[in-house]
Design a protein around this ligand. Structure first.
Ligand code: ADP
Length: 482
């Protein structure tokens, strides 16, 4: 029996380029499929900012020109095999140059429209006909509309199915309607009738929701939430309409990359049997590295995150006042909105032995924070899945979360499950909620060590590795192929 051929299309994937959880999913999920039955390849933009370590190993596959936005443009394809998975890279330095994957929003719309068109254009040239193109987030939103409209006369494309995964509904690729119609070359009626626009603006993600054969998002709770006006970002009606073809599949993490027993970024290694000693040593090392007071009884709380409203920064900042007066310490690793960065920096400057703000992106330091902290704070306003709390669980660091989306599906709260819990959760997005959860966590850490230690082991026993999610995607692929 021939293998099912699946092509992942995404704007980022580890280890090549990462700004958030999308990269972890696109770069690690392909390895979790049953290799006897599925052959998964991945296609990404060939950003010039990808490390030379990888760029130097890429092989040129072909180059041509593609007519796009009024003129012929260079279109190259490069390829790299990484541990048995083929990664393709769409090359055009005008679009994919620069210091990061994303630039100015309008330019991003143009470059990812180019990417969508290019992904489809190269397939017949390299004679690769996937059974399914699995598209991720708005950057790939026009692939299904192209397949179902301008390309549907062509037998090469007619049997290709599409799956679209929403990693974050907040970002939809919104722009001017005439602009998107003009650059994409998609028929005007799609815009006039609303398939590719919301209100008077163009909307790339809406096109994917309308035209993909199946739609998924990254947790069950978020799948339910985004069918309501509160979380639906104006797509709730559309998602309700697509309900029969829409479901949640929770993300996983790569248990080899995130393993406190072998992690090369850590000076001290531990597993579930040595967690108490291992975490105590990791905590002391982290406190020393960050210049915090080295105190074993201070409650060390960590955050590794984009510093944006979504991640609950407007709850975290007022909580700092209270926390710095208690036996707590706080470390934040992240970049994001200037106002949050500045405020965090000011707090850290005011109490350097209790708080550290690392305003940068640093993978290795993030691992030491996951290992060295007692608790991990993630009070998101909304959270499609969240990977950071899964990584924290893996390292025996108890998450303190708001019960929303994937956080609700992956953290078992102490007030409901007692000794079977894996973390702390509050319901309402308000200061009362976060203060309550932080107080319960601190009290448990200080006064109920037996419960704390039991929860830490429960956390490490959870299995959020990729294989169980991959099984669900395999079932979905079987369903879509009939
Ligand atoms: P999102 O994708 O919404 O940003 P997730 O929790 O799904 O949030 O994924 C975030 C990922 O990015 C995690 O792997 C987290 O450790 C990582 N991350 C976020 N900010 C930083 C940072 N400043 N340095 C290192 N890793 C980071």
């Amino acid at each position: 029996m021939s293998k099912t051929k699946v092509l992942f299309a995404a704007a980022e994937a580890v280890p090549f380029i990462k700004t958030g959880g999308l990269a972890d999913v696109a770069g690690s999920l392909p390895y979790a499929f049953d290799r006897d039955q599925y052959e998964v390849r991945v296609i990404l933009p060939c950003y010039t900012c990808i490390s030379p370590r990888y760029r130097s190993k890429m092989k040129d596959v072909m180059h041509t020109v593609m007519h796009f936005n009024g003129r012929d443009r260079y279109l190259g394809l490069r390829e790299l095999d990484l541990n048995g998975i083929t990664f393709y890279f769409i090359d055009n330095e005008d679009y994919f140059g620069g210091s990061g994957p994303y630039t100015d929003y309008t330019y991003d719309i143009e470059k990812f429209t180019f990417f969508c068109k290019a992904v489809l254009a190269i397939l017949p040239i390299i004679n690769y006909q996937p059974d399914i193109i699995h598209c991720h987030d708005w950057h790939t939103g026009l692939i299904a509309p192209y397949l179902k409209t301008t390309l549907n006369w062509d037998p090469f494309y007619q049997n290709i199915k599409t799956v679209f995964t929403i990693h974050n509904l907040k970002f939809q690729g919104l722009c001017g309607r005439d602009f998107l119609c003009g650059i994409s070359g998609l028929p005007w009626h799609l815009f006039a009738e609303g398939a590719l626009c919301s209100g008077s603006g163009g909307n790339m993600m809406k096109g994917a929701i309308q035209f993909s054969d199946k739609i998924t998002t990254v947790s069950d709770s978020y799948a339910e939430e985004i069918k309501t006006p509160e979380y639906g970002e104006t797509m709730d009606g559309m998602l309700q309409w697509r309900s029969p073809d829409f479901c949640g599949i929770v993300n996983g993490i790569d248990y080899e990359t995130f393993d406190p027993k072998t992690d090369p970024s850590l000076a001290v290694h531990y597993d579930i049997d040595t967690v108490a000693k291992g975490k105590a040593a990791s905590k002391a090392a982290l406190q020393k590295e960050l210049g915090l007071a080295v105190e074993k009884d201070s409650f060390l709380i960590g955050i590794v995150s984009r510093l944006t409203e979504q991640k609950g920064l407007d709850l975290i900042i007022p909580a700092l006042d209270r926390l710095t007066k208690k036996p707590c310490q706080f470390v934040v690793l992240g970049t994001g909105d200037y106002i949050y960065e500045r405020t965090l920096q000011e707090y850290a400057a005011a109490c350097p032995d209790r708080m550290k703000a690392c305003l940068l992106y640093d993978e290795a330091l993030s691992h030491r924070i996951y290992a060295g902290c007692d608790a991990f704070l993630m009070p998101s306003r909304f959270e499609p899945c969240g990977l950071s709390q899964l990584i924290a669980l893996r390292f025996g660091t108890l998450p303190i979360v708001r019960a929303t989306g994937g956080l609700k599906d992956t953290v078992i709260p102490y007030d409901k499950a007692g000794l079977n819990a894996t973390g702390f959760a509050f319901e309402n997005y308000d200061w009362g909620g976060i203060h309550w959860a932080l107080d319960v966590a601190l009290d448990t850490f200080l006064n109920h060590r037996r419960a704390w230690n039991a929860m830490r082991k429960n956390a490490m026993r959870q299995d959020f590795s990729w294989p169980s999610s991959a099984k669900k995607y395999e079932a979905l692929y079987r369903d879509v192929l009939g």
